[in-house]
Ligand binder design. Sequence first.
Ligand SMILES: Nc1ncnc2c1ncn2[C@@H]1O[C@H](COP(=O)(O)OP(=O)(O)OP(=O)(O)O)[C@@H](O)[C@H]1O
Length: 321
Amino acid sequence: MTAIETKHLTKRFNEEVVAVDRLDLRVTEGEVFGFLGPNGAGKSTVINVLLDFVRPTEGDVTVLGYDPTTDAEQIRRRTGVLPEGASLYARLTGREHIGWVARANDATVDVDSLLSRVGLSSDEAGRAVGDYSKGMRRRLALAMALVGDPELLILDEPSAGLDPTGMQEFREIIRAEAGDGRTVFFSSHILGEVEAVCDRIGILNDGCLVATGTPDALRSNLDLGGTISIDVAYVPDALALNAIDGVEDVTIDESTITATITDSTKKIEVISELDEHTRILDITSAETSLERLFNTYTSSSREDAPAVDNEIGAAEVGVKR
Ligand SMILES: Nc1ncnc2c1ncn2[C@@H]1O[C@H](COP(=O)(O)OP(=O)(O)OP(=O)(O)O)[C@@H](O)[C@H]1O
């Protein structure tokens, strides 16, 4: 079943600002969907529309089968939200925060067990939030979003401001909470975060969805290739690697030859060419990072964004379910 669907969703704030432009998006129930885009791409606006904090200018939206403009209450009851700048009260303890959210939502909750799911010990739960680290605050805010056991979790930039260890811990918690069929929709401009956690990614640029798919499928669809580094016994005098179509930037560092491969099928030609002229000792091949893929999609202006080719208007390149 579909957890989130938008059809031709457009949000204009005024004549000049088109924050979301004819967005067609489908998130399946139970998947972890990463909504990725640079600052100002329109991610928060979409989230605000899903929760009826902002009304669309045009288009249709359903969340868990409900229309936010008429049934926002139903959606909010079934959805846990971690907003970008979730505010906490310095004098209240972690436990008191959870109790307060539970009362406001009329939910029963085992406070300590919920807090331990996000990595806050019973001892920490009793401390005032003013003493919490950034990571602890973020984890508490996530626990608040989990009160009531929501079907859908919407996380807006969940790891903002966390250090790499904090981000890693947060990723693990999100992955664990995504079990049991819960849908997770989270926005980020940090590619590594999305790549590590999500089943599927949608890349938003200038209010338009420019690609959707699994991280692997997005990478292979663009065939951005990667690099190959080959350790050789000696570097041959004449090397014709640059002459191979799809091979660029050949560099030699002592006995290591490295080349950028823009067409991944050409790796084997590079190896054969070297094998003919020297003795190969070792081969290291690295695929293109999703970083490059992200840059490829988001560095383009709306006019020259990569072609889109499916019924929802973005390059859907495979769904892992
Ligand atoms: N209330 C508003 N009034 C006018 N313009 C707005 C409003 N809210 C957002 N915008 C504009 O809409 C565009 C999209 O903003 P949005 O906050 O949705 O992007 P974002 O992808 O969430 O960015 P970030 O990662 O920086 O939070 C931006 O140009 C922003 O300035």
